[in-house]
Design a protein around this ligand. Structure first.
Ligand SMILES: Nc1ncnc2c1ncn2[C@@H]1O[C@H](COP(=O)(O)OP(=O)(O)OP(=O)(O)O)[C@@H](O)[C@H]1O
Ligand SMILES: [Mg+2]
Length: 291
């Protein structure tokens, strides 16, 4: 069976949160690390990321926008989840809250077993720097730095590990830019630039990679190459990914698609891990729910 739709009437159950000590021992991301074996039937992995009844209200002068109206979801370690929904439905808002870029109005975000909703600015910065990777639709590369230097930027800012050079080499290999290490962004195609942004987000070996429409500015071929790179990091490196996209072809790379509408989680479409990434089953199911 290619996939199922679960209409969400009740919040997803939460697995027990991890002890802090266990969290410290999580293996670092590695392109060489094989995917974790599937747990035995009936055993649920504790989530790496959870949203619990999240709301977000933006205030602009006298007007308020209810961007999220109570979203509950969870992401398992090594899972690839896509967030879809119409423009203005709250996808980017949700991703920013999940990544600690902003705070919810009510509700909480639990990341690696820790509630991050009330972190101070400096704690949130540390979390973003060390534990999450974020990719935006605009590539945000530094024009004067070459590929290797752009990728190593998180280490330049925060200090790098001993194996920095090897890590940079591995992620360049992952995004298939070997040989272009010395190119500056203006000497790369749009797709290659976005793959540099992917490599930069992965080089710190984040627990979760959050990507907001990373293929939005790319053509068909370049989108495919970027999605293949994300897929390799997930399938071969065990990378957890949350991808916001309007594109069913991109979402079809995911294990599970969550559809957001009007600030609510409306549907969960389980595709499962499928090496062929065929979008047909997802498109058929999205049509059933009017997307
Ligand atoms: N900083 C902000 N201040 C005020 N309103 C905001 C802010 N950011 C988002 N909004 C509003 O919140 C709602 C959800 O926005 P969000 O950017 O999360 O939508 P989205 O699903 O990502 O849309 P798109 O697909 O167009 O990127 C929209 O009505 C938007 O106008
Ligand atoms: Mg958005």
């Amino acid at each position: 069976m290619a996939g199922i739709i679960r209409r969400r009437a009740t919040p997803m159950p939460f697995a027990a949160t991890l002890e802090r000590e266990q969290l410290q021992e999580q293996p670092a991301w590695s392109v060489l690390r094989p995917t974790a074996p599937e747990p035995a039937s009936g055993v649920r992995m504790p989530p790496i990321l959870e949203a619990r009844d999240l709301t977000k209200v933006y205030t602009l002068g006298k007007t308020t926008v209810e961007a999220l109206r109570g979203v509950t979801m969870s992401v398992a370690p090594g899972e690839f989840v896509a967030l879809m929904g119409p423009s203005g439905s709250g996808k980017s808002t949700l991703l920013q809250l999940l990544g600690g870029l902003d705070r919810p109005t009510t509700g909480s975000v639990v990341f690696e077993g820790r509630d991050i909703s009330g972190l101070s600015d400096s704690q949130a910065t540390k979390l973003r720097r060390e534990r999450t990777g974020y990719i935006f639709q605009a590539f945000n590369l530094i024009p004067l730095l070459n590929v290797s230097e752009n990728i190593a930027l998180p280490f330049t800012i925060a200090g790098g590990p001993k194996d920095q050079k090897e890590r940079v080499r591995q992620v360049i290999d992952l995004v298939e830019l070997t040989g272009k290490e010395r190119h500056r962004p203006d000497q790369l195609s749009a797709g290659e630039q976005q793959r540099v942004a992917v490599a930069r987000a992965l080089v710190t070996r984040p627990s979760v990679l959050l990507a907001d429409e990373p293929t939005g500015n790319l053509d068909y071929t370049n989108s495919g190459e970027l999605l293949d790179a994300l897929w390799r990091s997930c399938e071969h490196g065990g990378q957890t990914i949350v991808l916001v996209t309007h594109d069913a072809r991109a979402a079809a790379y995911a294990d599970r698609v969550l559809v957001i509408g009007d600030g609510h989680l409306q549907e969960e479409i389980v595709l499962g891990r499928r090496p062929d990434h065929s979008a047909a089953p997802l498109i058929a199911r999205l049509a059933q729910v009017g997307l």
